[in-house]
Ligand binder design. Structure first.
Ligand code: ADP
Ligand code: MG
Length: 347
């Protein structure tokens, strides 16, 4: 599958291997988890941290990818409706626990069982098309987080209806940020960047110039892929974005994008054009939450999404860009932006 467009731009000064008297900095890039992953780290153990981090991403992909035979997702989908419990890797089990918690909190705006709808629309692939009302109703009947059961004692799960399937596209990369971060910690890395290409980043410490990492949020409508909406400096924080400009097609003036409203079975046309969420590293599962929340808040739309975020732990901030290009910041997030493009006024 072709790598997705890059939604975030990272302004990094040249990364050097070695350097007189300085700690070595290493950077490696690989295609994994359907994206271009770039890991960089500074520290005596940086080579080991980056190598092990990339290996971890491959291992997580093998657990979470629906197209890899024998993955946890593949097993769950294959067993859907037959009553059997499927034992999961602890990382995947934990991801489902968090996912279910947020499905409850968002009243199903976030729903990891959206698989049948994601497949039906196939947005971002050559098969993308507008399905019929009947097809949508049929797929929608197979979607519902209440029909995903978890069993903590055995770290197992099951899908209650035949034909159900899971889709981790809005959460797995975020979870992977947290997992790579643990590896960096083990190797004593204090400065580095875990960049999962199109939409999720965790920044540790400082960049090679000793400054916060500057993350550019892509302009959601510009043809110029380097144009930005704003720049967000971050340090020891996770940052994710979602938007209707990452994967979409247009037909009869309508934009069909890859974020699905499970309640309608169609792309979420709830007023958001994109959103960005920044979560402090002290918040548990910061990476996973940043990824999940960008999708969930996009579906909720600007007003409900903003109100929802205000109730979350204090380390969660961010903004929603609405279809009129107005920014809806949460917890004073506008103060964290630099180089804001004037096309995007603050509401
Ligand atoms: P990316 O940044 O990789 O494009 P996002 O974080 O924006 O992904 O999440 C979008 C992906 O999440 C979709 O491609 C799909 O796999 C999945 N998804 C879409 N709608 C929902 C939803 N309502 N709840 C959970 N997952 C969803
Ligand atoms: Mg997301």
């Amino acid at each position: 599958m072709k790598a997705r467009m890059i939604a975030l731009l990272v302004f990094v000064s040249a990364l050097l291997l070695g350097g007189c008297g300085q700690q070595p900095t290493v950077q490696k890039t690989e295609m994994v988890m359907d994206t271009v992953a770039t890991l960089s780290a500074t520290g005596t153990d940086s080579v080991a941290a980056v190598t092990e981090g990339l290996k971890r991403l491959k291992d997580l992909e093998a657990m979470a990818s629906p197209s890899i035979e024998g993955s946890d997702v593949d097993k769950l989908t294959a067993a859907a409706g037959n009553g059997e419990w499927v034992q999961l890797h602890p990382e995947i089990y934990h991801m489902l626990e968090v996912s279910q918690q947020y499905s409850r909190l968002t009243d199903g705006a976030w729903d990891v069982t959206t698989g049948p709808l994601v497949q039906l629309w196939s947005i971002g692939t050559d098969q993308a098309r507008v399905p019929s009302v009947t097809e949508i109703a049929q797929a929608k009947a197979l979607v519902g987080w209440q029909n995903l059961e978890l069993q903590p004692e055995t770290q197992s799960a099951r899908l209650l209806k035949p034909g159900m399937s899971l889709d981790f596209g809005g959460i797995a990369k975020g979870m992977a940020l947290d997992e790579v971060r643990k590896i960096y910690e083990k190797h004593g890395i204090k400065d580095g960047l875990i960049n999962l290409g199109s939409s999720s980043i965790y920044a540790l410490g400082r960049n090679s110039k000793g400054h916060e990492w500057r993350i550019g949020i892509r302009h959601p409508r510009s043809e110029d892929k380097d144009a930005t909406l704003a720049v967000v400096p971050i340090s020891d924080q996770a940052l994710s974005t979602s938007g209707d400009y990452e994967r979409f097609f247009e037909q009869d003036g309508q934009r069909y994008h890859h974020i699905i409203n499970p309640h309608t079975g169609a792309p979420a046309w709830t007023g958001a054009m994109g959103d960005t969420i920044v979560i402090d590293g002290s918040v548990e599962d910061a990476g996973m939450l940043s990824d999940l929340l960008t999708t969930a808040v996009f579906v909720l739309g600007p007003e409900k999404g903003q109100a929802f975020m205000e109730q979350l732990p204090e380390g969660v901030t961010g903004m929603i860009v609405d279809q009129q290009k107005k920014l809806h910041p949460v917890r004073g997030f506008e103060g964290q932006l630099t180089d804001r493009n004037e096309e995007f006024p603050i509401e």
